[in-house]
Design a protein around this ligand. Structure first.
Ligand code: COA
Length: 330
């Protein structure tokens, strides 16, 4: 009989070598450790130097995840890279495939900003459920520092760089218990990284656009309201699909954007703070990397154990948001 269930069997994570703490931030913009800590919970963030690439940190996270799953690169059928900041705008998943020597794997990028990892998990699951692929490597990685305006104190204090990865495998019992995904492009302007065209006249009749991407732009208050309202709703829906209730959850694993968002969502769902995974004090908002990074840390610390039920939710630019309910291990 074919195994059409899904198990999440390994995790890994990696960050750049150097971090910048809130005190260091005060040398860049008019801010304070007190403001950043009380408004966001963030104390430091890792930032990629100009010699570090997304491919490098993503590959490092992927190697750890494959080692934990007990699987070799040659056994991987599909590599999905959730990122908004590839080294190559054509995609970086193939660069990672080359770096890992995953010769059998097909590889492509998936962009859904800070929801990318959750969207990626659901995408990976479809290939496994249909019997097309058995072993999928899903990586969430971002180097947002490349696109942050380092003179804008409203955004630059929030973000950090990093990578996290998981291995999803075909399994007899299905450990992906439920999910729900959403998008709302009408709110795109609340958080974006837009291409700004610059006209270049090619012929008398034709001007093409050879512009550039600008910095991350964000309406913090609107994004905050969106997250606090939509995330509890979507977790409820994913739980409904899994035929579970909030009481069944062992861990709430949210995109690590802001401690106040984590607290407000947990409060609305009536989930006690001991069940909320939080590591954003050390990493800031690492976009598509934040959920697998926090997952990997919690697994390696022995917090998340075999059979634990995790409610994960990503939210961010697009706007996009989503939730997956899964059980850790085989
Ligand atoms: N240091 C010091 N002061 C700062 C600051 C900083 N880093 N950033 C903003 N301020 C100032 C503002 O200029 C403003 O001053 P003013 O009243 O004189 O104009 C004041 O602090 C309050 O700004 P405001 O934007 O109202 O703060 P806030 O309470 O909404 O907190 C965020 C700002 C960004 C922390 C909050 O809105 C938030 O977390 N939003 C969600 C963002 C997010 O998670 N985005 C990613 C989602 S994937």
């Amino acid at each position: 009989m074919q195994n059409l269930g899904i198990a999440i069997t390994g995790s890994g994570s990696a960050v750049p070598e150097t971090f910048l703490n809130n005190q260091g931030m005060t040398e860049l913009v008019d801010t304070s450790d007190e403001w950043i800590t009380t408004r966001t919970g963030i104390r430091q963030r890792y930032l990629a130097s100009c010699h570090e690439s997304l491919t490098q940190i993503a590959s490092a996270a992927a190697k750890q995840a494959m080692a934990m799953a007990g699987i070799t690169a040659q056994e991987i059928d599909l590599i999905l890279l959730a990122t908004s900041t590839p080294d190559d705008l054509f995609g970086s998943a193939c660069q990672i495939q080359g770096e890992l020597g995953a010769t059998r794997a097909v590889a492509f990028d998936l962009t859904a900003a800070c929801s990318g990892f959750v969207f990626g998990m659901v995408t990976a699951a479809q290939y496994i459920r249909t019997g097309v692929f058995q072993n999928v490597l899903l990586i969430g990685a971002d180097i947002l520092s490349r696109w942050v305006d380092w003179q804008d104190r409203r955004t630059c204090v929030l973000f950090g760089d990093g990578a996290g990865a998981v291995v999803l495998q075909a399994n007899q019992s299905d450990r992906l218990l439920g999910f729900e995904l959403k998008s709302d492009g009408t709110q795109n302007s609340n958080l974006n990284l837009t291409y700004v065209p610059q006209c270049q006249q090619l012929t008398a009749d034709l001007a093409v656009s050879t512009g550039n991407f600008q910095f991350i732009s964000m309406n913090g208050k609107e994004v905050y309201k969106f997250a606090v309202q939509k995330v509890p709703e979507i977790i409820d829906k994913a739980l409904f699909r899994a035929q579970l209730t909030v009481e069944d959850i062992d861990w709430l694993l949210l995109h690590q954007a802001n401690q106040r968002i984590l607290d407000a969502v947990a409060q609305r769902l009536k989930i006690p703070e001991q069940k909320v995974i939080s590591n954003l004090a050390s990493y800031g908002n690492t976009s598509a990397a934040s959920i697998p990074l926090a997952l990997d840390e919690a697994v390696r610390e022995g917090k998340i154990q075999n059979n634990h039920i995790i409610a994960a939710s990503g939210f961010g630019a697009g706007l996009t948001w989503g939730s997956v309910i899964f059980q850790w291990g085989k």
